[in-house]
Every structure is written in C-alpha cells, then in structure tokens.
Write a protein that binds this ligand. Sequence first.
Ligand code: SF4
Length: 422
Amino acid sequence: MVKRTERPKVALDSLGCKLNQAEIQSLSRQLAEAGYRLVAPTDKADIYILNTCTVTHVADRKSRHMLRLARRRNPAARLVAIGCYAERSPQELARIEGVDLVLGNDQKWHLLKLLEDADNLSRLSAGTSLALLEKNRRTRAFLKVQDGCRNFCAYCIVPLVRSREEIVPVKKVVALVGGLVANGYQEVVLTGTEIGTYNRDGVNLKGLLERVLSETAVARLRLSSLQPPEISSELIGLWRNPRLCPHFHLSLQSGSDAVLGRMKRRYTSADYKGVVALIRDSVPDVAITTDVIVGFPDETEAEFQETYDFCRQIQFARIHVFPYSPRPGTAAATMPQQVSEIVKKQRSQQMLALAKESAQSFQQGFLGKTTNVLWEQKAGGVWSGLTGNYIKVYTRSNKSLTNQLLPVRLVKLYRDGIWGEF
Ligand code: SF4
C-alpha cells in the first residue's frame, strides 16, 4: 500500500450516455476520497480510466482511440478500460497496447480496491497539486439512480451488457443530492438506462422527484432520457416547480410506426405526439430533445421520409442523429435487409441539416428574453453555460463565472447556441 502523499495522478473520462458520465463522477469521488489526485484527461496522468461505450461501432472506435491517446500522453501510465465495451468485448480492449485492466459493468465498482491492491503502484510518480481538483470541478453533477434494462429494443446492446436492474433507494438518492449541493453543485442530472421505470420500495419516479425537491436545496434538477409510456399528466404536474428544468429528452428513434415496430419500441408516433402536446401544454418554454436512428434494417426511403417529416412537425430543440450500426448479439444485427452505408450517410446528413434548422428555430424564440444561465467554463476567452431548457449560451466577462447561476439577455444566435449580454 502506498502512502497518501505518494498517491498517483488519475485521469477519468467517459464516452456515451449521461449514465456513463454519472458513473465516472461517482468513481472520481471515490478515488478523490481515497487520496488519489484527479487530473484532466488531457493532462499527464499515472493512471487513465475510461468508461467506454459500445452503443455503435463509432463509439467502439472512439473508445479505442481515447485509450491510445492516453497511452501517447504517458507511455508509462496504467490504462484501465471499464464499462459497456469492456463488458461486451474485454479481449478486444485488452489487446490495445498499454491496457492493463479491463473491467465490465459489475466489476468496475471494485476498481478502487483493485488499485489499492496493486502492489507496484508505489513506483508511480507523485506530481501536481490538489488545485487541479478544483480546476476540474463541474457545476452539474450526474447522479445514477437506476441501472439495467430488460426491454430488448432490437438494435440495443444495453440489455446484454447491463441486464441486472439496480435501483438506488430514495433515501440514498436524497442524501447523495444533498451531498452534491453541499459540495457546491448547482444542478443535478438524474440518470439511468431506463430512469422512467424507477420504482423502489413503492416509490416511482414522481415520488422520487417530490422527495428530492422537498428534502434538498438543489437549485436545478434535470432528468436524462425518458420514453413516452413513462410520462403521465401527474408526473408533468411536478414541473410547476421552477427548480425542475423545462427540458425533456424523449427518445424517438423513428417517426415511422413500421420501423418502431421492427425496433420493438413500446409506442407509436401518435403516442409520441400526444405526450409532446401534453408536455408543451403544461411546461412553458420547454425544450424537447431526442435521438433518431437512421438506416435501421429495411428502412425504406418512404419510412425515412416519415421520420424526417415527423421531426420537422415536432420541431425539436435538439436532435442527436445516429446512423444505425449493428451490434453483435442484438436482434437487428441479423436482420437480412441491412441499409447500405452510402444511404445511411445521406440520410444522416439530411437529418443533421434538419436538426440544425430545428435547433435554431427553437433558439430564435428566446432572443430578446432574459434567462438564468448556469455558467460552466471559459475557453478561448468566451464563457459558456446552459439555460434550464438546455440552450448553450456564450458571453464574455473578465470575472470568474464558473458555477454561477446568473441572468443574461439573449441577443443573437452564436455557434450552436445564443450569445448573451449582462
Ligand atoms: S429501452 Fe431499449 S434502447 Fe433503451 S436501454 Fe433499454 S433496450 Fe436499450
């Protein structure tokens, strides 16, 4: 066991969903509490830990690339790959030069113990100060309250790599949110693979939100992805509380009912539209964001067009576009009519152009208004932060704005968001 003063520098990073970000934050806290010195993933570290993603082959490639980058940053560093890709194909990751440890989704929670047990950690050098911890501190915390999914959507690898459902008890969620608030976090994002199905000791998602809002002082509470069947008017009623961010990420995946059926999703486009109307009727200025898969097996031009038209009609504040990529072991991977890469690329480009147009039209509706922004960081002399309804806002200021929730007037479209003036 190494002495506390000799603790190595650790850089943690994650790819993929908000759940992965929540997990990496939780591991960061564990390691910091154990005395490890946290540094940014772009810094030279003694140990690099990457929470990988395997949702598409692009995510696989990014995971491998980031591990190789870490290796280049410090060839002597230990590389640890954890998470969904590590669960799906540990051998593939172990083959990457320099990767010392590969841990799947269950084993990764033993990481601290495994690092503690590594008797040669003492050879790792001591280095920069704890100030880096402060520098890297986030203003928004991602907190996992649920894990696992048994829905088996035809394209999704998640039920194969996160099959066991785990639900954090309400009391613990409340205590964790309270702890994050005490540590200065202004916003907490509750995440999970299927957060809408949260149910523990008779308390569902609505009950959980009520408890967090009444028992903590968190300034902003945001939810990660939900699906239409999980949304009721009782749940939406909670958004009368302004501390709940007016932002719903509702995964659509396709606007064609035939494709939704083949995907084994649990709603139709009409259900989806109904839920959007319910939310918009009850939550002023709400942002509805979504994910869309293009080029799912056998997706015809007409079916793609249905999705395109549906998205145009809904006017999303943000659309994440994913060209379908087969994941080994899933039902869709063996479907015979795979769409060609060229067609997927064309459809992605069309959908991305719509996403940009749609985001700008949503943002345009807020020009001239004043709204609160949680400022996060400064890059190239420009500060950026997020509104409650998930618009990225930029401004200039000589003062430090990090972690401040301040009102700003939204004056013009800028980059992927809006320019604000104090
Ligand atoms: S609901 Fe479907 S897409 Fe979401 S994690 Fe479960 S299987 Fe995957």
